[in-house]
Design a protein around this ligand. Structure first.
Ligand code: AMP
Length: 137
């Protein structure tokens, strides 16, 4: 499959679409999920154009997971969460809906997670959570 540079996350990376960002550097971006599965649901994406984890260069994967860990620690501290589900869907057959590789950080339990990308979240509430996480980074 060919990478579609018009996918939502590619456009967020290029600042063509808005996002509630919590972390950004030259290689990685972290922002709040617009349809959270739990309060504080965050996405971490490498900026390189890969569709799935399987397409991502090992170096980019290694760096991205470091930021995943950094954001998870900030979430744990800022939101006082007890557990975080790290979810990564590779391929539409797995349920992937946005064709740019991303890691979900969901403060929840695997036993409580329902379907994802279902209900639009309250963006004002999400902004407050984002500020808390940013402050803990
Ligand atoms: P996946 O199904 O694993 O590809 O996950 C895509 C995720 O992106 C879902 O959890 C969506 O809620 C989320 N999402 C879709 N569009 C946006 C957007 N514009 N900003 C933030 N999150 C989004």
């Amino acid at each position: 499959m060919v990478y579609d540079d018009q996918n939502i996350f590619a456009r967020i990376i290029r600042n063509e679409l808005p996002a509630i960002k919590i972390y950004e550097d030259d290689h990685v971006l972290a922002f709040m999920d617009i349809m959270p599965q739990a309060e504080g649901h965050t996405l971490v994406i490498p900026k390189s154009p890969a569709i799935t984890l399987l397409d991502l260069a090992p170096e980019a994967a290694a760096y991205t997971i470091q930021i995943v860990q950094k954001v998870a620690k900030a979430m744990e501290q800022a939101l006082e969460v007890k557990g975080i589900v790290l979810m990564q869907l590779s391929g539409a057959a797995a349920g992937q809906t946005v064709p740019h590789v991303h890691f979900h950080l969901i403060p929840s339990s695997i036993h409580e997670l329902g379907k994802h990308a279902l209900h639009m979240g309250d963006q004002e509430k999400i902004k407050v959570l984002a500020e808390k996480i940013k402050a803990a980074l």
